[in-house]
Design a protein around this ligand. Sequence first.
Ligand SMILES: *Cc1c(COP(=O)(O)O)cnc(C)c1O
Length: 396
Amino acid sequence: MIKTDLLTSHITHLECAVSKKKFSHLEIQTFSASDEEGWKSPLYAKYGSLKNIDITVLKDRVSSLWRYFEFLPVLNPENVVSLGEGMTPVIKLENLGKQLEIPNLFLKDESLNPTGSFKARGQAVAVSKMKELGINRCIVPTAGNAGGALAAYCAKANIDVTVVMPRHTPEIFKLECQYFGAELILVDGLISDCGKVVAEMRSKGDYFDVSTMKEPYRLEGKKTMGFEIAEQMNWELPDVIFYPTGGGTGLIGIWKAFHEMKEAGWITGKFPKMIAVQTANCQPIVWSFEGKHESSAGYRAKASVANGLAVPFPFAEKQIFQVLKESEGYAISVSEEELMVGTKSLAKNEGLFVAPEGGALLPAMIKAIENKWISADDKILLLNTGSAYKYAENFK
Ligand SMILES: *Cc1c(COP(=O)(O)O)cnc(C)c1O
């Protein structure tokens, strides 16, 4: 349970990621439609007086992402909708570390979140803010996990939810939405095609759109992974983080968290290199990184067994790219075969049944060491985003 006395959010406003134009956090907001170049851009929650937040506040806090309440956007603790998300373990990969001669190899296991993925973090905070702002009907396009997580938190918060999902998604992703009481719409195509259906439905009805990065608060939930990485690793950040990138919320969020903790004086020193991992079937960020296209607008993607990576046109593409640049990181893709080899290797060697998105990190890490982008002596963290159980019908 959350102890609700003395909890105060330090949020001051929202800000356009590009133009820095300010928006009120006291009203319902989506994204910024009017940045300098006429692009649509995400809004970032901004916090003040971070230096006044003493690190010792964590001592008495709940073991969930709500322990970082000052850095979260919910004003009244009574609006928190929680299923126990966050504070997932950081596990040392001892067997693989020995085999690959990487003495400091760790994995943060997000599969243990409610509904089996880190999407729970984003949706817990987004739904809590919906409750706070009086929103009672929402809609989301999803590759699978975001829809299930949103449906679960909406069930708890008594908010009507419509989930729009590719028809080819494994059955359990659909079933959980229905059990949670969501309206489920199946679409032939990828999440981008689901996005079109969402736009059409919003033109006819009054739905709040919880699409990745078009709503400001899922990012705030996902950034708590950055806080936990720091706290669980004794406030000494890893040298490198491998992150399976679809819409990029986690990547951008973790980077945001590092800056906020630095401002609060909770961490010092160099931030990790952030490495975005994608599948060869859908690698728009890798192509941008390698200069193969200007933007993902015309990118042609295929479906992936790692459905969370099948995001052809990430809304926050420019912001993802910026994190890679600022962190001196990289973008790298692996084949569908390679990501399943990684999934099997983590299972057999470490007893971890990770989502194929997480499985992709292992071959990506091996390539990054071969390319000399990173060293086997680096402290390396793989961020496994989900559980294999939901995907298993596609496994051989
Ligand atoms: C959504 C999802 C991703 C991609 O996450 P982003 O933060 O949107 O890049 C990766 N893995 C899994 C399991 C997912 O559900």
